[in-house]
Design a protein around this ligand. Structure first.
Ligand code: IPD
Ligand code: CA
Length: 271
């Protein structure tokens, strides 16, 4: 007998529960923030990244044992389930921030089916904010409805971005950053793509761009932007399929920001 498909609200309950478990584990263990698993010039992986992913994946699989998991971390214990439903986990988005005690980090969990994100939760315990959305429901922060800004032009906009760890091919490092900065009111580099996007959803900023960002950084928060009335678009899918360029705005700025970035970087839309 076929099981009924879970409603987006049921999926969201699970995403939220898992994000809270992982986020609260990180917060309770913030004193272990310097326990480094792997260090890179511009990045770090912590023991807590892996621990938090295990917490989140465990909670999801307890509820939906035959669903697939795609997590940022290699925890070595993920069953390779073939399922229409795929849960996308970033246990700590903003790990470098977390490792310094800078409070802009979060746990991001989304679930997609056939490429469509159905529900997403972004839990940022150190700033006491939890963002959620479903495909058929509102975007919320701590239960309150979100709406994007009405900023009409880039010269009045805050645009969030990240400094690409690996510059896009044929583009000088930071060239796009300089181009955006010259055009907008202010650029901001906070260090958590999921929270950057939540800021756009909340109308606290107006746009977001990164030339190489992973799906686990943007899946949940991208849905939250769209359900808050904004627009998102993915470009230039990289080999492996998990990394891409991503542009998000309040909707009104989508064309202008895309055109600006398109002057410096060839943009091939992801179908
Ligand atoms: C990083 C953050 C950062 C972005 C990087 C991401 P992580 O995620 O989202 O803002 O600029 O590209 O990799 O590694 O902290 O999960
Ligand atoms: Ca991460």
């Amino acid at each position: 007998m076929n099981r009924p498909e879970p409603a987006p609200s049921i999926l969201l309950d699970c995403a939220l529960h898992a994000a809270r478990l992982a986020g609260e584990h990180a917060l309770a263990n913030v004193h272990r923030r310097t326990e480094v698993l792997q260090a890179f010039k511009h990045d770090v992986k912590l023991n807590l990244d892996v621990e938090c992913q295990r917490k989140a994946a465990g909670a999801i699989l307890e509820r939906f044992p035959d669903h697939a998991i795609l997590g940022e971390e290699d925890t070595g214990d993920q069953p390779a389930a073939a399922s229409d439903y795929e849960w996308i986990i970033d246990p700590i988005d903003g790990t470098v921030n977390f490792s310094h005690g800078f409070p802009f980090w979060c746990c991001s969990i989304a679930v997609r089916r056939g490429g469509t994100v159905l529900a997403g939760a972004v839990h940022a315990p150190a700033i006491r904010e939890t963002y959620t959305a479903t495909l058929d429901g509102p975007a919320l922060c701590n239960g309150q409805p979100l709406a994007v800004s009405a900023t009409p032009a880039l010269d009045q906009a805050i645009v969030f971005t990240g400094l690409d760890k690996n510059a896009a091919p044929n583009v000088a490092p930071n060239a796009i950053f300089e181009r955006i900065t010259a055009r907008v009111q202010r650029t901001r580099v906070i260090g958590s793509a999921a929270l950057d996007l939540c800021m756009v959803a909340a109308g606290r900023g107006d746009g977001y761009f990164e030339s190489g960002i992973y799906i686990w950084d943007i899946a949940a928060a991208g849905l939250i932007v769209r359900r808050a009335g904004g627009a998102t678009a993915g470009y230039n899918r990289q080999p492996g399929g998990h990394r891409q360029a991503f542009i998000a705005t309040n909707g009104r700025l989508q064309e202008e920001l895309t055109a600006l970035i398109g002057e410096a970087l060839r943009l091939d839309p992801i179908a």
